[in-house]
Design a protein around this ligand. Structure first.
Ligand code: NDP
Length: 246
C-alpha cells in the first residue's frame, strides 16, 4: 500500500521543472496524476509515459489555465479519467526578469494572468470536486519574502497566491480541506535555468549547501503538505530555498 493510493492529483504546469517533479513524486507514492501543460505536448506525454511505464497512473491534459473554459475542461477530463479529485497543486507560472525602465503593460498582464489570476479560478473549479481531506498547495516564490532587483512584476504576482492560501484555508477548512503554499528559491531545471550564469552562481553561493534547488527538493515538501501527516496545517507558507536567506 502506497501513501497516495486511491488519490487523484491535478498539478498545473507539470510538463517541466518543479511541476513535473511534483507529478513524478506523487505518482511514485501511488497517486493518479494529471499532467497539465499549455503548449509542450511532447514533454507532457513523455512524463506520462515515464510514470505509466513504472506502473503508475497518469494522463496529460492541455489547458491554458488563464482561460475559464480550459480550466473547466481540465477538471472534466480528470473526472472522466479517474472519477474523483483529492489534490490540487497550483504550480503553473511564468517569470519576467526586467528592470523598471523595460517593463511594460503586456508583461504585467501576461504574468499576472497566470501567476495571480489562474490559481484562484483553478482552485474554484477544484473545490467543487475535492472531497473531505482534500488538499490544495499553491506554489509561490522566495522572491515574495526576499525581493530581488528586476523582479517587480514577478515577485508582486507571486504574493497573490500566498494571500489565497490564507483566505481559502478559512473558507474550505470546514470541509476538511487544507490550503498551504510553498515558496521555492532559485530552482533548476525550471524557469531559473534560463537565468544568466552569474545570477545562478550568486544564488548558489547564498545557500549553506552551496547550490541552487533541484525540483525534487520542492516536490518532497509538497508531498508532505498533501499527505495525511500535514492534516493539522493550513494557511501556512513553507520557504524551500536551501537556507539561502538565513
Ligand atoms: P517551468 O518554466 O519549468 O515550467 C512551467 C510549466 O508551466 C510548464 O509545464 C508550462 O507548460 C506550464 N505553463 C505555462 N503557461 C501555462 C498556462 N497558461 N497554462 C498551463 N500551464 C502553463 O517553471 P518552474 O518549474 O520553474 O516553475 C514552477 C512554479 O514554481 C512557478 O509557479 C514558479 O513561479 C515557481 N517558482 C519557480 C522557481 C524557479 O527558480 N524555478 C523559484 C520560485 C518559484 P508548457 O511548457 O506546455 O508551456
Amino acid at each position: 500500500m502506497k501513501k497516495f493510493d486511491q488519490k487523484v492529483a491535478v498539478i498545473t504546469g507539470s510538463s517541466h521543472g518543479i511541476g513535473a517533479a511534483i507529478a513524478r513524486r506523487l505518482a511514485r507514492d501511488g497517486a493518479a496524476v494529471v499532467i497539465n501543460y499549455a503548449s509542450n505536448a511532447a514533454a507532457a506525454e513523455s512524463i506520462v509515459a515515464e510514470i505509466t511505464s513504472a506502473g503508475g497512473r497518469a494522463i496529460a491534459v492541455q489547458a491554458d489555465v488563464t482561460k475559464a473554459a480550459d480550466i473547466a475542461r481540465l477538471f472534466e477530463e480528470t473526472e472522466r479519467a479517474f472519477g474523483r479529485l483529492d489534490i490540487l497543486v497550483n504550480n503553473a507560472g511564468i517569470g519576467v526578469l526586467k528592470p523598471l525602465d523595460e517593463v511594460d503593460e503586456a508583461d504585467w498582464d501576461r504574468v499576472f494572468a497566470l501567476n495571480a489570476k489562474a490559481p484562484l479560478f483553478v482552485a474554484k473549479e477544484a473545490a467543487k470536486r475535492l472531497g473531505p481531506d482534500g488538499r490544495i498547495v499553491n506554489v509561490s516564490s522566495s522572491t515574495t519574502y526576499f525581493p530581488l532587483a528586476n523582479t517587480a512584476i514577478y515577485a508582486a504576482s507571486k504574493i497573490v497566491p500566498r494571500m489565497y492560501t490564507e483566505v481559502l484555508a478559512k473558507e474550505l477548512g470546514a470541509r476538511g480541506i487544507t490550503v498551504n503554499s510553498v515558496a521555492p528559491g532559485p530552482t533548476s531545471p525550471g524557469m531559473f535555468e534560463n537565468a544568466p550564469a552569474a545570477l545562478q552562481a550568486e544564488a548558489a553561493a547564498q545557500s549553506p549547501f552551496n547550490r541552487i534547488g533541484h525540483p525534487d527538493d520542492i516536490a518532497g515538501v509538497v508531498a508532505f503538505l498533501v499527505s495525511d501527516d500535514a492534516r493539522w496545517m493550513t494557511g501556512q507558507h513553507l520557504l524551500v530555498n536551501g537556507g539561502a536567506t538565513i
